[in-house]
Every structure is written in structure tokens, then in C-alpha cells.
Design a protein around this ligand. Structure first.
Ligand code: GTP
Ligand code: MG
Length: 402
């Protein structure tokens, strides 16, 4: 096997990922599909927040995800004036745009370098929550304006990727508290970073312990729904539920292996490929974010998180319609359905029923119209036959008289 590092410029990606799932089936277009097609043409806006301990690999991950340098990896140099005086923590935000399979992805990336470096990280966590809420406030203000700003940018965070350092001990107290807090305002997706530092058995154990903690502490993370348009989607969701937390390996260095270029981490004993499913869940997570579940993440952000926040704000902070922790996670077994997701699934189910009923009504209408047309035609034919019969009879009468 020849192993040659290629140039550091990773701006051209070889890989293809599927913004596709979302884009499939434009043969016969319903109004909903037409709407989506328009979105595809315009491009997708997506906002991702990266959260996790300092040095857990957030910057390297996002650079690998976008295949270009979004944030420089390694110890972050932060201007002192940007730092929060109490926590020494600050938020970095940047926008990037790239095209995949002809689809433009407009990505807003938010990272909190230096997270988890204090003994008490409550202030850091609050900074992240404040950011999430500030985006909701912006929308709320815009919605209540008499004249809308056509250039308004919706920066609501659709997914928080929570980076868990690869120990074999499950979650730490700081992880639990932060994930619990963030999950009240956004879709939290847990990620084990630097998965290459764990053996297969350790990784398996780590995933199991993390999921046990998530259930034990009732953290309402993003839930891959049980329902789907077809068996394939249902199966895919089941596979993704079992895969959670996603174990990722990130790198922006390209290597040539047997003439094939790939992003990888090279060690004296071998090479770990970022996009190889047997080495890392990176490609699966990327597909979830930019393809199969992008729409779902955005829908939940608007329908659930924003609505909940809006209700709270407009009722002076009293009624957040918040579910108790028990209600949110009445969970057992391998998967962890939350009341949040139950609500969402239920709403989706009702929408589907409504659409089916609408379709049936339309079909019945068409049927009735067809029958009416047939009846009209039959009446017309009978009338014509009757007229012809009468005319023939009268002709015969005239003939017989003559
Ligand atoms: N082994 C291994 N190391 C990684 C991986 N991803 C990143 N690293 C290394 O981890 C170190 C820290 O990575 P960063 O991406 O800067 O971490 P960060 O979370 O952005 O750190 P802060 O911005 O300081 O919070 C760097 O030396 C990376 O090369 C990975 O998947 N595996
Ligand atoms: Mg960083």
C-alpha cells in the first residue's frame, strides 16, 4: 500500500454525500415537493453548534465536515476583549457556503472553544443557552415587525453536536448538565470524538455507558423517529438510533492509498480513514446533517423549540409548556422515545392522516365528476335514440298512409 500525504489544500472534496434523500422523487410533484424543489434551487440554510470540552476535536471535525478550514484546529487564540470576564469563554460564529451534488449548503457554524476548562462551567453553558435564545429573539422580533426585513438571516441552531471525550466511563457531570440544558433549546446529537483512540471493544462499551447515562439522567437528545415514509427510512432510523452516539474520526490531511485519495489519520501501525464506515461514523453523521435528517432537524427547531420559547416569551415567561423530565423520557430498552418526540411523531401522524383524507376526498370528487359525465353522455345518447325512433316511426306512418 502506498501512502503519500497530498497537499494540505482540502478545498476540493472527492466524496459525495446525500443531500439527496431530501431531493429524491421529483417525478410526480405534490405542492409540498414543489416547495422543497424551490428550496433545493435556493440552497439549504443550516446552523450547527459545536459544544464540548476544549481540545475534544470540534474544529477539526467541522473542517472535515465542510472540507475546508472553518476554524483553525489546535489551541485557540482568542482576543481578550472577546472573552467572557467570568468564565473566560466566548463564542465563535462563522458562515460558510459550499456545493455538494449541485446543492448549495449555507452553513452557520458556532463553536465555543475553551469549554469545560473551569471547575464550574455553569457560566459557559449559560453563554451557549443565551446564544440559542438570542436567535429565537431575533426571529420573534422579525415576526412582529410591521415591515419585514427581506435580508433577515435566520440563525436558529438546528443541531448541537455535543462532543464527548473518549474515555471508557460514559458521561461526566459537566456533560450531563450541559446536555440537559442545551436540550431544552435545540436538537442535541451526542458525538464521541477521536474514536480512533479507543479499541473496538472500548468504543462499544463507551457507547453503551453513554446511552445508559442519557437514559438514567433523562437527557432528551435528538431522537431518530420510529416512523418514516417507507421501510427503508424506518430501517435507517433504527440503525441510526443504535449507532448513537456517533463515534467520529476527523482529519483534514489527505493521503493517497492505492491511487485513491482519502482523508485519514496516519499512525505507525496503520491508517484510519475519516469516511470509512468501518473506522468511523463520520460519513453517517454527515449524511444525517446534510441529507436524510436535515429537514426533520429544522422542523423540530421551528415547531417545537421555537414555539415553546415563543409561548414562554409572549406569556411573560410563565408558561413554557415545559414537560417534566419524567414526561420527556419515559424510556426503557435500547431506544429512548421522549414525550417531545412522541408529540412530534403524533403531529406528523395527524398531518399524514389529514393528507390521506384530503387525497381520498379528491379521488372521490374525481370519481363523482367522471360518473356525472358518464350519466350526461348516457342521457344524451338515450335522447338521441328516442328522437331517431320517433322520427323513424313517423316516417313509417307517413309511408304506410301514402
Ligand atoms: N486522535 C485524534 N485526534 C484528533 C481528532 N480530531 C482532532 N484531533 C486532534 O485533537 C487536537 C485538538 O483538536 P481541535 O479540533 O483543535 O479541538 P477543539 O475542540 O476545537 O479545541 P478548542 O477549540 O480549544 O475547544 C488537535 O491536535 C487535533 O489534531 C481525531 O479524530 N482523532
Ligand atoms: Mg476549536
Amino acid at each position: 500500500m502506498s501512502l503519500t500525504p497530498t497537499s494540505g489544500d482540502t478545498s476540493k472534496s472527492n466524496e459525495t454525500f446525500e443531500a439527496s434523500k431530501f431531493l429524491q422523487g421529483f417525478g410526480t410533484l405534490s405542492p409540498e415537493q414543489m416547495r422543497r424543489k424551490k428550496i433545493v434551487k435556493r440552497g439549504f440554510n443550516l446552523s450547527i453548534m459545536l459544544c464540548g470540552a476544549s481540545g475534544s476535536g470540534k474544529s477539526t471535525f467541522i473542517n472535515s465536515l465542510c472540507n475546508k478550514t472553518i476554524f483553525p484546529a489546535g489551541a485557540s487564540q482568542v482576543a481578550p476583549e472577546l472573552l467572557d470576564q467570568d468564565s473566560g469563554f466566548h463564542i465563535q460564529e462563522t458562515k460558510t457556503e459550499f456545493e455538494e451534488d449541485g446543492t448549495v449548503i449555507k452553513l452557520n457554524v458556532v463553536e465555543g472553544p475553551g469549554f469545560g476548562e473551569n471547575i464550574d462551567n455553569t457560566a459557559c453553558c449559560q453563554t451557549l443557552i443565551d446564544y440559542l435564545e438570542a436567535q429565537f429573539d431575533d426571529i420573534l422580533r422579525e415576526e412582529t415587525r410591521v415591515k419585514r426585513n427581506p435580508k433577515f438571516l435566520d440563525n436558529r441552531v438546528h443541531a448541537v453536536l455535543y462532543f464527548i471525550t473518549p474515555t471508557s466511563h460514559g458521561l461526566q457531570e459537566c456533560d450531563i448538565e450541559t446536555m440537559q440544558a442545551l436540550a431544552t433549546r435545540a436538537n442535541v446529537i451526542p458525538v464521541i470524538s477521536k474514536a480512533d483512540t479507543l479499541t473496538a471493544d472500548e468504543l462499544h462499551l463507551n457507547k453503551r455507558l453513554i446511552m445508559e447515562d442519557i437514559r438514567e439522567y433523562k437527557i432528551p437528545i435528538y431522537f431518530f423517529p420510529y416512523t418514516g415514509d417507507d421501510d427503508e427510512t424506518i430501517e435507517e432510523n433504527m440503525m441510526l438510533r443504535e449507532m448513537t452516539p456517533f463515534a467520529v474520526v476527523s482529519s483534514n490531511t489527505e493521503y493517497k492509498i492505492n491511487g485513491r485519495t482519502c482523508r485519514a489519520r496516519q499512525y505507525p501501525w496503520g491508517i484510519v480513514e475519516v469516511d470509512d464506515d468501518s473506522h468511523s461514523d463520520f460519513a453517517q453523521l454527515r449524511n444525517v446533517l446534510f441529507g436524510s435528517h436535515m429537514h426533520d432537524l429544522k422542523e423540530i427547531t421551528h415547531d417545537y423549540f421555537y414555539e415553546k420559547y415563543r409561548t414562554k416569551k409572549l406569556s411573560n415567561g410563565h408558561d413554557e409548556n415545559t414537560l417534566s423530565t419524567e414526561e420527556r423520557l419515559p424510556s426503557s430498552g435500547n431506544s429512548f422515545p421522549t414525550a417531545l418526540n412522541h408529540q412530534y411523531v403524533e403531529r406528523k401522524r395527524l398531518k399524514e392522516i389529514e393528507a390521506t383524507v384530503q387525497r381520498e376526498i379528491e379521488a372521490k370528487k374525481r370519481d363523482l365528476m367522471r360518473q356525472e359525465a358518464q350519466l350526461k353522455e348516457l342521457t344524451e345518447r338515450l335522447r338521441t335514440e328516442d328522437r331517431v325512433r320517433h322520427e323513424t316511426a313517423s316516417r313509417e306512418r307517413v309511408a304506410s298512409k301514402g
